[in-house]
Design a protein around this ligand. Sequence first.
Ligand SMILES: [Zn+2]
Ligand SMILES: [Zn+2]
Length: 335
Amino acid sequence: MHPRDWIEVRPQGVYCKAGDFYIDPMAPVNRAVVTHGHADHARAGHGHVWATEATLAIMRARYGETHYLMTENPMAYGETLEIGGVKVSLHPAGHILGSAQARLEHAGASIVFSGDYKRRADPTCVPFEPVPCDVFVTEATFALPVFRHPPLEDEIARLLTSIEQFPERCHLVGVYALGKCQRIICALRAAGYGETIHLHGAMQKLCELYESFGIGLGLLELVTPENARRLAGKIVLCPPSALQDRWSRKLPDVLTAAASGWMRIRARARQKGVELPLVVSDHADWDELTRTLVDVGAPEVWVTHGRDDALVYYAQQHGFKAQALHLLGYEDDSE
Ligand SMILES: [Zn+2]
Ligand SMILES: [Zn+2]
């Protein structure tokens, strides 16, 4: 039976009728399969939750031990179980720690919800695996040919060069607290940067969680009223929302940077007052999206949140059956 006959889009999100569960529901539901820990995919208050161990740990860190009402069910990558008679398995998505694609199989047909994903190397998570299926569901956050993310090493080199050039300025980098923060730290370490990296309080818990999963981040220290004045020439990571707020005013001669796929758009960087835009994304760029359609090889593609029309058009031009799956409520907050 074709997935269109047992999958439907409801106000709460994508619903599997055959198994009576949702994928990344936006409102509390009885049964939820969660692809990863970003707030627009992982919400508190579901009855039963299925996700990877790392995603469940992230949900506990964000929402407390009782983020679920009945049970939480950790799934290893590649493990298959049945929910309401539908076979469900999770596979690496390469997006953030614990991120997964969800594969559903029912009545002789299969569908893969890839969630958010990328194809670049990232030491903080398991790389994306193409999973054969009849219908592949993909996001489209950066699905325009203008979005081509440069190599991460190049962007990190630009940050380190700026620190050399402006040793009197505190380099304040806006990064999303879950995923981007830890990936940037790892990339700085890989580039040989051994100094203590200072953190806004909002990053602390998730950095500790990554370390508890074996991802070493090196010397980290919270910004405090005592050490803030001494951070000239240092790197401070904060949530994008803290770049311009009162919190940053105690830092000496701040140089504002931000790491996001949207930094490709200069007007956006200027509008946000970002002096040093770093184009770094945990989402696939245009080349990664189109390559993934080929690598997965599913004859049919459904495109979710983002620039769906461009990717649907591309897929149709290249011999796939393709349509937009209009999902509201997923934000770009992970960027
Ligand atoms: Zn995400
Ligand atoms: Zn998302």
